[in-house]
Design a protein around this ligand. Structure first.
Ligand code: 6PG
Length: 233
């Protein structure tokens, strides 16, 4: 298990729709907070179904909330969006992304964590796979243990597409806030493992058990994903 630095909160909702609404408010509220604090809001978005679950940020009736609290305050010019350079090889794309991250630190867009010394994002929005992978850090791949680099890559991801780049845990766990957005019954067993209520299936703690945020890690679960948690959990 991660040496938990910040708080850990588990939120359970009746449906994925309710998760989506809560996630929109959570994101808009954090945007309000960080914009007030420092005039910027830095967010990392993982792939997968999370992107669809973010829909309420831009759908009515949440749209007004999201507009007032998020989109109007951080109209995101395309120059502020850092997509992966998929014209490069995985190795090249990882090096390119790492170089861009270092430039954001040099230009003071991203601070360094006073705890870890790694670049510190305000918010990371992450999903989790049934094997307990987070971002593209997979249980069976050594790069999950990378402790120096900011961005690494694999060419044989167990989840397609095979070539991927990913933030490493030193960067992920330096974030102020992390939302683990997990919905669906097929993830219920791994949620139980991730929250420390059940031993990992093969005795090796999967990446999801290593996630921690410097301020708060918040799990957004629907009823199905939370179905294995003890009722008091
Ligand atoms: O696939 C990606 O882009 C993400 O890096 C990966 O970590 C994803 O968040 C999980 O695999 C959950 O994906 P689903 O929510 O689509 O199952």
């Amino acid at each position: 298990m991660a040496t938990q630095k910040g708080k850990k909160t588990v939120l359970k909702f009746d449906s994925e729709e309710d998760v989506s609404k809560a996630l929109a408010k959570y994101t808009a509220d954090l945007s309000e907070k960080f914009i007030k604090q420092k005039g910027s809001f830095t967010v990392v978005l993982s792939g997968g179904s999370l992107i669809d679950t973010m829909r309420k940020l831009v759908e009515p009736p949440n749209y007004k909330l999201a507009l007032d609290g998020f989109l109007s305050k951080v109209p995101i010019p395309s120059s502020n969006i850092y997509a992966i350079n998929d014209k490069e090889s995985p190795e090249g794309a990882a090096a390119d992304y790492e170089a861009r991250l270092k430039k954001l630190v040099e230009s003071k867009v991203l601070p360094l964590s006073a705890i870890s010394g790694f670049p510190k994002f305000d918010l990371m929005l992450l999903g989790m796979g049934p094997d307990g992978h987070v971002a593209s850090l997979f249980p069976s791949r050594p790069h999950r243990h990378e402790k120096e680099r900011l961005v690494t890559f694999i060419t044989d991801s167990p989840k397609p597409p095979p070539p991927r780049i990913t933030f490493t845990f030193p960067v992920i766990n330096s974030a102020s806030e992390i939302a683990m957005v997990v919905t669906g019954a097929e993830l219920a067993n791994m949620v139980d493992v991730a929250l420390g209520n059940a031993p990992p299936p093969d005795g090796i703690p999967p990446p999801c058990t290593e996630v921690s945020a410097e301020e708060e890690l918040t799990w957004f679960l629907d009823k199905d994903a939370a179905s294995k948690l003890q009722t008091s959990g």
